[in-house]
Each structure stands twice: as structure tokens, then as C-alpha cells.
Design a protein around this ligand. Structure first.
Ligand code: GRF
Length: 203
């Protein structure tokens, strides 16, 4: 099975997927990495791993729809079974989401549905919550709102800063993302209507 990964930045989640693949634990092959930021360090990670690395600077397109159209073409050229958003910081058009509905997943640094959007760690700390974490979910038209596939819970410590909390959550992202990808590629994790299921059981 073929995976295309979309990134915008450092790509530590991408690296976790590359490492899983190198240990035959991904259940498929990352055939391309596409970034909307031309100098994203994640593109270097892809090149170092011998993976086709494509920069598609969104600033070169005069509309969100034109960018998404170009992005769809690049993705479909690689005939993916799964599109993975790994720190991809663009809001996708409904047309794009519909195109890959059911075979596109994202990682978000919170226990969805809590803390959709940005600055999740600072907001969690400001609210003084005890448990935070990360979520892999299917991408739907609702930003960070799709059915959740797998989560990891991270206890918030009294002396946590945004940095220490982010670091601990990120390490759990690197654990659950490769598992979610493998379960999808093995046909175990699916989107059935608006419910995520594993082995046919609703989550
Ligand atoms: C991660 O925190 C992820 O949850 C969020 O953006 C960050 C991406 O980090 N979507 P990286 O580029 O994978 O290191």
C-alpha cells in the first residue's frame, strides 16, 4: 500500500513514520512527501530517506482552490491508498476533503474534541486541566473535527511549561501515528459513514 504524507515544518511525525517503515512496521510505503513550505526540514528528512520530496509553495497560487487543485494533482500522481497530514498547517477546501474522505488522517496535539485549533498546550495549561494528549482522526470538513481513531493521554504536571508539555505530547504522537497508519493500511481502521471503526467495531 502507498502513503503520501503532507507536511509544513520540522517533520518529526514524518520521521516517526519513516522509521516505522524502515522497521517494516508501517504496513506500506511512503511514496511521496509534499510540503507547502519549500524549505521545510521535513523535506530534507524525506530526501535523506530516498523518498520523493515535493515542495508546493501555496504562495505561488492565487487562490486556496487553485492551490488545492495543484495539491490534488501531485497527490493523485502517486496513487496513494492513504493521505497523511503530519503537521500540515493549511486549511483544506471541502473539495479537497471530499476527494480523500475516508482515506485521509491527521494528528492533532490535544484530546479531541477538546482544544481544536492552535496553541493547544498553552490553552490546556491556562485551563489547568490534569489530562492532555494527542489524537489521530479522519479528516472531514470540520477543522480538527473528524472521527477519532486513536488517542494517547498525557498527565499535566504542576511544573509543566508549554515546551515541556508539548515535548511529552509530541513523543506520544510519534507512538500512535505509525500504529494508526498501519491499522488503516491493514484494513482494520476504517471510516464507515461518520464513525471510525476498528475491525468493524465503532470507536
Ligand atoms: C505536531 O505537534 C502535530 O500534532 C501538529 O503539528 C506538529 C507537527 O510537528 N499537527 P512535526 O512537524 O511532525 O514535528
Amino acid at each position: 500500500p502507498r502513503v503520501v504524507v503532507l507536511i509544513s515544518g520540522g517533520g518529526t511525525n514524518l520521521q516517526a513514520l519513516i522509521d516505522a517503515q524502515s522497521h517494516d512496521e508501517l504496513g506500506g510505503e511512503i511514496v511521496a512527501v509534499v510540503s507547502n513550505v519549500a524549505d521545510a526540514y521535513g523535506l530534507k528528512r524525506a530526501r535523506d530517506a530516498g523518498i520523493n520530496a515535493v515542495a508546493l509553495p501555496h504562495r505561488e497560487y492565487d487562490s486556496r482552490d487553485a492551490f488545492d487543485g495543484a495539491l490534488i494533482k501531485v497527490i493523485e500522481r502517486h496513487e496513494p491508498d492513504l493521505v497523511v497530514l503530519a503537521g500540515f498547517m493549511r486549511i483544506l477546501t471541502p473539495r479537497f476533503v471530499q476527494r480523500f474522505m475516508g482515506r485521509m488522517i491527521n494528528i492533532h496535539p490535544s484530546l479531541l474534541p477538546a482544544y481544536q485549533g492552535l496553541h493547544t498546550h498553552a490553552r490546556a495549561l491556562a485551563d489547568g486541566i490534569d489530562e492532555h494528549g494527542c489524537s489521530v482522526h479522519f479528516v472531514t470538513e470540520e477543522l480538527d473535527g473528524g472521527p477519532v481513531a486513536i488517542q494517547a493521554v498525557v498527565k499535566v504536571n504542576k511544573d509543566d511549561t508549554e515546551e515541556t508539555l508539548k515535548e511529552r505530547v509530541l513523543s506520544r504522537e510519534h507512538l500512535i501515528f505509525p500504529i494508526a497508519v498501519r491499522w488503516f493500511l491493514e484494513g482494520r481502521l476504517r471510516l464507515q459513514g461518520d464513525i471510525a471503526t476498528i475491525d468493524g467495531q465503532p470507536l
